[in-house]
Design a protein around this ligand. Structure first.
Ligand SMILES: [Zn+2]
Length: 326
């Protein structure tokens, strides 16, 4: 699939606009894109956090506002939603969204009924991976995104598509084991990447209130903070090393608020691990490892792109064609 493939000009999709939304733990971000993937508008609003009903109301208000504002002859054709939480494999329910007060919520059907639009839902890490893959440009096949925020999320693009998995949990990269004898994680596993490389994890390891305070301390030379951030980067490097023979990525992207706050501490530590073990590097080049290009709007933009992918992909064979990449 060619990543810069454009929509056939004869399709009515050219006049269609798509709304993307990212429901995070503290704010709702929205974006309006056209059929070529260009962002026409971005906005965000803070929400109360634990009140799922009020978050849905804010989201629906934002979509209705876009519907009222689009120019004559164009329409909002679909909505994509990225969610901070565990989703059902069918991507129709939020199984558990601890930070947004959602437990077993049938989000897709509800939004489709309320807004009379086709709705696509995915988790925030997967959506960000979709957007960063598009932002990285044409010609790439495989990419791994690590989203280092309050927790650690991620997404894997293979052959130009988002990897979903048998239970919808492919790309949950925060739960790759990086310490063989590590402590228990909320997922039931042990020694997970999230314990080492999340904002919450580095704050706890450094004895600071927030990851922001850890990065600030590292910037003035605090040894403990520097050590914790280096360990976080090495943990990401270990995860990359373990994924590399599976995914064979050309590109590894570090996104999320912690990565954007401390790329100069994290990226060298990732390279340190790969320079030491060099998995398959005698037969393929080392992956490009870079900071995300999109920043905090990656989730909303990726949600819109996933919704657009759904519009472009006929639902059933034999008319099925390859999904568009951007
Ligand atoms: Zn875990």
């Amino acid at each position: 699939v060619v990543a810069d493939e454009r929509v056939d000009e004869s399709t009515p999709l050219l006049d269609d606009l798509i709304v993307g939304a990212d429901i995070g733990g503290t704010k709702l971000s929205t974006v309006l894109i056209d059929s070529a993937g260009r962002a026409l508008d971005r906005s965000w609003v803070e929400h109360s956090g634990a009140d799922y009903e009020s978050i849905v109301a804010l989201l629906e208000e934002a979509v209705v506002r876009y519907q009222a504002e689009v120019p004559d002859g164009r329409r909002v054709a679909a909505l994509g939603v990225a969610v901070a939480g565990w989703l059902s494999a069918a991507r129709d329910r939020i199984v558990w969204g601890a930070n947004i007060g959602a437990h077993d919520e049938p989000i897709r059907g509800r939004l489709e009924a309320d807004l009379d639009l086709p709705v696509t839902v995915d988790n925030d890490g997967n959506a960000a991976a979709r957007a960063e893959f598009a932002a990285a440009g044409a010609g790439r096949r495989s990419m791994i995104l690590f989203a280092l925020g309050t927790g650690v999320g991620g997404g894997v693009m293979m052959e130009g598509r988002l990897l979903v998995g048998g239970f919808g949990l492919a790309g949950e990269l925060g739960h790759i084991q990086v310490d063989d004898d590590g402590e228990r994680c909320v997922c039931g596993g042990r020694g997970c990447l999230e314990l080492r490389a999340s904002g919450r994890g580095v704050a706890r390891a450094a004895g600071r209130a927030t990851s922001h305070a850890v990065v600030a301390a590292a910037r003035v030379g605090d040894d403990r903070a520097l050590g914790v951030l280096a360990a976080a980067g090495r943990a990401v490097g270990t995860a990359v090393r373990r994924l590399l023979p599976v995914v064979d990525p050309e590109l590894v992207v570090l996104g999320g608020s912690l990565a954007h706050a401390a790329p100069d501490f994290l990226l060298p530590a990732v390279h340190e691990v790969l320079d030491d073990s060099r998995p398959l590097f005698d037969v393929r080049p080392a992956p490009i490892i870079e900071l995300g290009r999109l920043g905090p709007e990656a989730g909303a933009l990726g949600a819109a792109l996933l919704a657009r992918d759904g519009l472009l992909t006929p639902p059933a064979p034999p008319a099925r064609k390859e999904p568009q990449s951007l």
